[in-house]
Design a protein around this ligand. Structure first.
Ligand code: NCD
Length: 299
């Protein structure tokens, strides 16, 4: 059964095709297919605004009914396992499961346990600190939409790399597509545990000087228990994307952020709301990218 669990499972040409397909949906160059037999359930065990709602809208554009599973009201409160929840929903005709969970690789383990189910597709909507493939794909779509290609670009990812599943998936994606210059910027305490691609640096200047794209990451207060020594005022002073720090990047540098944004911590309001910000364009693109992902799984 076909699942979409992490970027590393996708060949580079599939990644590029998904981005092109999403752009074609957005520009109305491609008709929206109708998947009349499909049904999608959103199973979110962690908070979400953008990801959950964009999957819902994407399914709607593809004529797929959506069920929003509400954990607090479900039988999991009576001890039912996620695996049994999925089998139960599948018995009612649901075949697409968009799952977000706080445990690393939970969706992968679930996919293995459900390998006997003929007609179940699992989409990873974020697992712990491990992967967030749909966010990485929509980020690529947004960069290609504005810059045309990755060729010759310098891209900097700035912030809490240690706890960021978005940064992990972006590293896989940029490695697969052969990006020449990826810089990963953070204080050492936030350097990633599994660094696989890009140049790590503690220097914001080194990372964003002449950059074409600056991706800021949220300071994830809910995942900071082990970093109690980190002082947010010092972080802001050294690493925030502000009008001043952004001046070191190229004049036409794109500023991106997966959201939700902590204004005044990792990025200043003047940048979030400024002319170089593509943050809302990322959100908008997310709907079209998730349409392309669902189509990929169903065809
Ligand atoms: C991200 C997430 O949940 O991983 N947000 C998102 O999906 N747009 C990033 C974050 O929470 O910081």
């Amino acid at each position: 059964m076909k699942h979409l669990l992490e970027i590393s499972q996708l060949p580079a040409d599939t990644i590029l095709k998904l981005a092109q397909r999403a752009l074609a949906f957005k520009d109305l160059r491609a008709d929206y297919p109708r998947f009349s037999g499909a049904r999608l359930a959103n199973l979110f065990y962690e908070n979400s605004t953008r990801t959950r709602i964009s999957f819902e809208l994407a399914a709607d554009h593809l004529s797929i009914p959506v069920i929003n599973f509400v954990q607090g009201l479900s039988s999991e409160n009576k001890g039912e396992l996620i695996e049994d929840t999925v089998r139960t929903l599948a018995a009612m005709g649901i075949n697409l499961f968009v799952i977000r969970h706080s445990e690393n690789r939970m969706q992968e383990a679930l996919a293995k346990r459900l390998s006997d189910e003929e007609d179940i597709h699992i989409i990873n909507a974020g697992d712990g600190t491990h992967a967030h493939p749909s966010q990485a794909l929509l980020d690529l779509m947004t960069i290609l939409e504005v810059k045309g290609s990755l060729s010759g670009l310098k891209i900097a990812i700035v912030g809490n790399l240690r706890h960021s599943r978005v940064a992990n998936s972006l590293q896989c994606l940029f490695e697969s597509l052969g990006l020449e210059q990826l810089y990963l910027v953070a204080p050492e305490i936030w350097w990633p545990q599994n660094h696989h691609f890009g140049k790590l640096t503690t220097s914001l200047r080194e990372g964003i000087e002449d950059a074409d794209v600056v991706i800021a990451l949220r300071v994830q207060k809910e995942r900071l228990s082990e970093d109690s020594s980190l002082d947010l005022a010092t972080y802001h002073q050294n690493y925030a994307i502000s009008l001043d720090s952004l001046a070191i990047a190229k004049k036409d540098a794109m500023v991106m952020h997966p959201g939700p944004v902590n204004r005044g911590i990792e990025i200043d309001s003047a940048v979030v709301d400024g002319p170089q910000s593509f943050i809302l364009q990322q959100v908008r693109n997310g709907v079209f990218m998730r349409m392309a992902m669902i189509e990929y799984l169903l065809s």
